[in-house]
Design a protein around this ligand. Structure first.
Ligand SMILES: *Cc1c(COP(=O)(O)O)cnc(C)c1O
Length: 467
């Protein structure tokens, strides 16, 4: 016992000092700086000490300590938030960053990020301007609304609308529309935080106009309808239309607000994609306010757009909460550029990545699969089977939940029919320099090709695959 403890103390003494290692790490110091290298060496030495105390009998040499420290430095220098390949088949994947921006938006963001801008400065009068003026007229043009504003996301848009127009008052909402989005946004909870009282009307599957009428009293602030974008109630159902609700709201001289969620600016049916209601439809049907996300079907940066009656938008803009929820200059530049693309529907499909991915024909995906499958087979040895399969893509972000788009995937599984290697495969693909995210289905790793647009980068990194 005594011998052992004496030995480990001797081994600890054999470890080099931080100063000694630093002297021999000139290259690394010039790359990362003295301070972080010292820290990495200190942490590495501490780990060595802990291993020795726990019973490790060999003492690492200087070179291996330096190498371990260098690995730490590389890890610490790497960005945590980085590019991945989204081969999940879900085009608007919330966990993978939703919409991919068009070049026009990236250029616009670059311009305002790298220089001063007229963010809140009116170039004509030389006086202070309004930051949302850069998007307001575009939103109005594309939705037919009188006025508009924009905030951090659609959750913020709903919160702001309710807090402005319904604080300390009642809002009747259909029981079938009390949705939860992504686990952290539930309509009833947002209403509570906005300071208004939810009055549930109707039943989960059926709500009638009479249910709303019966709920209206002098405490009612507005009528609200929520587009149930992420689920569908089927069977014996009834919902009250936007037009009916708009008429009822007019009768009682209260506003009618619609939370459209994803919401599109154009009729997607024209592009062969199952249609979602457009913001313009909702305004035309008589809604006084409509709210929708900027980074769902619209295909822009994260934001929440609010369009509607000018007097209501004025009140919303004047709410002090607005300042807390406002957009930054980069997002504003990005949205403005995306909205401008909508002015020319003929080129939208090529220019807007979200729409380009959603409309990519299966024949193109099959050709792509045929081109890259040989490269995959070459790096995966005979333990694996690689097949080209028909698959089904989804729009994602709660849009069009029951509709899928015919797609093509590469399926990889064990050559041994009983063996499930999908977890090992998923992890190997996630560990590539640009991580590849697929999805597992019945023991196979499926790589849906709908959102793969950098074929060269995908193929060139396959040589690093370790499975
Ligand atoms: C997605 C969604 C929201 C939340 O929008 P974010 O932009 O993610 O904040 C709110 N309401 C509905 C109906 C939605 O579909």
């Amino acid at each position: 016992m005594e011998n052992d403890s004496a030995n480990y103390k001797e081994r600890l003494r054999q470890l080099p000092s931080v100063d000694r290692l630093l002297l021999k790490s000139k290259n690394v110091v010039s790359q990362y700086g003295h301070q972080v290298v010292t820290l990495a060496l200190r942490d590495t030495l501490q780990e060595c000490r802990e291993h020795i105390i726990a019973g490790e009998t060999s003492v690492p040499d200087e070179e291996s300590i330096k190498q371990a420290a260098e690995l730490k430095l590389r890890d610490r220098a790497a960005a945590s938030l980085r590019r991945v390949f989204n081969l999940t088949g879900t085009v608007l994947h919330t966990n993978l960053g939703r919409a991919i921006l068009p070049e026009e938006a990236i250029d616009a963001i670059n311009a305002v990020a790298s220089g001063y801008s007229n963010l809140e400065f009116d170039l004509e009068s030389g006086k202070r301007g309004d930051r949302e003026s850069h998007v307001e007229s575009l939103i109005c043009e594309l939705t037919g609304a009188e006025a508009a504003t924009a905030v951090n996301n659609n959750a913020a848009a709903v919160l702001l609308v309710l807090n402005t127009l319904a604080m300390n008052r009642e809002v009747p909402v259909s029981r079938g529309e009390l949705v939860e989005i992504g686990g952290s946004f539930r309509i009833p909870e947002v209403m509570e935080r906005a300071g208004c009282k939810l009055i549930e009307v109707g039943a989960t599957n059926r709500t009638h106009l009479q249910d709303y009428r019966a709920a209206i009293n002098d405490r009612t602030a507005l009528l609200m309808k929520v587009h149930t974008s992420n689920y569908k109630i089927e069977g014996f159902t009834k919902e009250v239309t936007e037009t009916e609700l708009a008429d009822l709201a007019t009768e009682f001289k209260i506003p009618f607000a619609m939370d459209l969620g994803s919401g599109s600016l154009i009729d997607l049916a024209e592009f062969g994609i199952p249609a979602e209601p457009t913001a313009a439809d909702v305004i035309r049907h008589g809604a006084d306010i409509v709210t929708f996300s900027g980074d769902k079907l619209l295909g822009g940066p994260q934001s929440g757009l609010i369009a509607g009656r000018a007097d209501l938008i004025d009140q919303i803009k004047a709410n002090p909460l607005k300042r807390a929820l406002r957009l930054d200059k980069m997002t504003l530049a990005g949205i403005a550029a995306v909205l401008k693309l909508y002015r020319n529907p003929d080129t939208l499909c090529q220019k807007l990545p979200t729409l380009r991915y959603l409309t990519r024909p299966q024949t193109e995906l099959r050709d792509l699969a045929a081109r890259i499958t040989p490269a995959l087979s070459a790096v995966l040895d005979e333990r694996f089977r690689v097949d080209i399969l028909d698959s089904a893509s989804q729009v994602g972000s709660g849009s069009l939940p029951s509709e899928t788009i015919a797609s093509t995937a590469i399926g990889i599984r064990s050559a041994n029919s009983g063996e499930d290697v999908s977890r090992a495969l998923s992890s190997a693909f996630r560990n590539l320099p640009t991580p590849v995210i697929g999805h597992v289905h019945k023991g196979s790793l499926l790589l849906d090709l709908r959102c793969l647009d950098d074929e060269e980068r995908f193929v060139s990194q396959l040589s690093s695959l370790q499975v």
